[in-house]
Design a protein around this ligand. Structure first.
Ligand code: PLP
Length: 370
């Protein structure tokens, strides 16, 4: 039986996406490649119905972090200053990226998983009036927390501060109102909620934001403006991950045929609610209230006496790969994502597997010896 990946990407692939990897070999300097790239870029812009006259999808070979780094390093112009919002690993990574590129940056710091109050962002910006850009994570995968973009973005908008979003683990599965939020750009990747293959990431940027960054790039391989220029001309700056793009193109077609991001969101919501209810029934405590968590991933406290690696290994033998907590949370939580081509029947089997591994804790039921 195929393994069911419950980690937040790479995901369990559908067969049609996997088959797309076997498409004909293609040189990235041939017109057929230009057509493939254009189809992917148009598909990405269409996921949230953005106007292709105002927004550009810029593809980058690499994992999600390369898109986040390209966004921050390219869109904060020289002379700009960043405020990074941190309440998990990925928010902290935004600050690390700014440091690596010598971008003046402050951080609004919260404990992992804690809510970021809009008032705190307002105070931080009012205390640092030189700030030109805010960078924040939409879905903080560290804990499953969905940051309140509607409220946080309006704090930025009111102050004329540009907003850069790490949407790596929400793009395709959660509501993104990029126009309404007044965002300049969002960075995301093929292999999370879009159900593609790892190897290509992208930044969806407002065309006017791309124009501002054109001067004096901080990086060659992550120069968003250079990639945008090449791709707008039907070309590619460097060798593109051709087969990965075939797969993303197919994944985007599949997403559209399945009803787009809102249907995917509804599906994730249903599956994650099933997993949550089963775990609560087994006495496992969710880290966050359901209303504060994404539908993409849930974090759960490890029950007393249960070690993560035992739970992981036991579930893996039954065909399911769960995900550990990061940093200090590694001993405290485990995470379950329901993204990917997962069937209802897979989730039914998962519920049974969780019952098998966690159900007889402390009770006198006979222990399995597998
Ligand atoms: C997965 C993820 C990333 C990028 O991780 P990569 O390992 O580089 O793909 C960035 N931000 C968030 C919120 C993520 O979930």
């Amino acid at each position: 039986m195929k393994p069911i990946l419950l980690n937040p990407g790479p995901v369990t692939l559908s067969e049609r996406v996997r088959r797309a990897l076997l498409s004909p070999d293609l040189c990235h300097r041939e017109p057929e490649f230009g057509a493939l790239q254009e189809s992917v870029r148009a598909g990405l812009t269409a996921v949230y119905g953005l106007d292709p006259g105002r927004w550009s999808a810029v593809l980058l070979a690499g994992s999600g972090t390369s898109a986040v780094e390209a966004m921050v390093a390219s869109l904060v112009p020289r002379g700009g200053a960043l405020l990074a919002v941190e309440n998990g690993v990925y928010g902290e990574r935004l600050s690390a990226i700014a440091r690596a590129h010598g971008i003046p940056a402050r951080a609004l710091r919260r404990a992992w998983g804690e809510r970021v109050e809009p008032g705190a962002l307002a105070d931080a910006l009012d205390g640092a009036p030189d700030t030109t850009h805010v960078a924040l994570v939409h879905h903080e995968t560290t804990t499953g927390r969905l940051n309140d973009l509607a409220a946080l973005s309006s704090v930025c908008r009111e102050r004329g501060v540009a907003l850069l979003i790490d949407g790596v683990s929400s793009f395709g599965g959660e509501a993104l109102d990029l126009e309404g939020w007044g965002a300049s750009a969002v960075a995301a990747t093929a292999n999370k909620c879009l159900h593609g293959v790892p190897g290509v990431a992208f930044v969806l940027a407002r065309s006017d934001a791309l124009e501002v960054c054109a001067d004096a790039p901080r990086s060659v391989v992550l120069d968003l403006a250079a990639h945008a220029r090449a791709q707008a001309a039907g070309s590619t700056a460097f060798t593109a991950p051709v087969h990965v793009l075939y797969a993303l193109d197919e994944a985007l077609r599949e997403l559209a045929e399945q009803g787009g991001w809102s249907q995917r969101h509804a599906r994730y919501a249903r599956l994650s609610a099933t997993v949550r209810a089963a775990l609560v029934e087994l006495g496992v405590e969710p880290l966050l209230a359901a209303a504060e968590s994404s539908v993409v991933l849930g974090a759960y406290r490890l029950p007393a006496g249960v070690r993560y690696d035992e739970l992981h290994d036991g579930l893996k033998r039954l065909g399911f790969v769960i995900y550990a907590g990061q940093g200090a949370l590694a001993r405290e939580i485990f995470r379950v994502s329901t993204m990917g081509a997962i069937e209802d029947s897979d989730v039914e089997r998962l519920v049974a597997a969780l019952g098998e591994r966690l159900g007889s804790r402390g009770a006198s039921a006979p222990r399995r010896t597998d």
